[in-house]
Design a protein around this ligand. Structure first.
Ligand code: 13P
Length: 255
């Protein structure tokens, strides 16, 4: 972590939690937040919880959608527009999570449309990228990441890059309990920043927050955030428990 970029800790709740369970989470989690904090916290709950959560989380936590559809409105049954996310209190949106790429056949070109739409409507996209186990095994990690970055960010205005967040989530580390090592993910994230700087220049690329995600736990978070290139974490399973998530967000203060 470097002092020039605000640390960001994001909770991806995936398809977990009812409204009652979310209320129980926040009852504990809000009490664990210090008066003043430099960390930015974003919760990505299921769509059904966005509006109600926004009414009781206060100003210290922000919320985001786990996906969006790129059109503003229209006959697209089952989809959620960027305008609707804004309307529900969102500041952020996850785009291109590997589960969406895998189970819902999202391509880099669809992801690109979503990224452009998020910027157009004033949402900060968290672009998720990462290689599969097979791709890593074939030594293709950098090639895959380059393609995901170049195709996913095609046409992004120069002035929008500083609002972008990138989450490096090696697919083999998601939900497996087998996190990447801090030093290897730091190297990969350094490479991601270099690739971003080819698109927007080093000055802008230096402002982009890049998170690590994949089996982050209270027990291993320190190793990641001690790395200079890693600006925070995108947390799945461990973010469902308020104490565990607080231990991840405030690991530097708590130990
Ligand atoms: P886990 O933290 O459960 O491995 O999930 C990571 C993830 O997919 C966050 O988006």
């Amino acid at each position: 972590m470097t002092s020039s970029r605000t640390p960001l800790f994001a909770a991806n709740w995936k398809m977990y939690k009812t409204l009652k369970e979310a209320a129980v989470f926040f009852e504990t989690f809000l009490k664990l937040l210090p008066q003043k904090m430099e960390e930015e916290i974003v919760i990505f709950p299921p769509f059904t919880l966005l509006y109600s959560i926004s009414s009781f989380i206060g100003t210290k936590i922000k919320i985001g959608g786990q996906d969006l559809f790129w059109e503003k409105e229209g006959a697209f049954t089952g989809e959620i527009s960027p305008l609707m996310l804004k309307d529900s209190g969102c500041h952020f949106v996850l785009i291109g999570h590997s589960e969406r790429r895998k189970y819902f056949a999202e391509t880099n070109s669809m992801i690109n449309k979503k990224v452009l739409s998020a910027f157009e409507y004033g949402l900060k996209p968290v672009l998720c990228i990462g290689e599969t186990l097979e791709e890593m095994g074939k030594g293709m990690t950098r090639q895959i990441l380059t393609k995901q970055i170049q195709e996913g960010l095609k046409g992004v205005a120069h002035s929008d890059f500083e609002k972008l967040v990138v989450a490096y989530e090696p697919v083999w580390a998601i939900g497996t309990g087998k996190a990447d090592t801090p030093s290897q993910s730091n190297e990969t994230i350094r490479f991601i920043r270099e690739t971003l700087s080819d698109l927007c220049g080093i000055h802008e690329a230096d402002k982009i927050r890049i998170l690590y995600g994949g089996s982050v736990k209270p027990q291993n978070i320190r190793g990641f955030i001690e790395q200079p290139e890693i600006d925070g974490a995108l947390v799945g399973g461990a973010s469902l428990n308020p104490e565990d998530f607080a231990r991840i967000v405030f690991s530097r203060v708590l130990s």
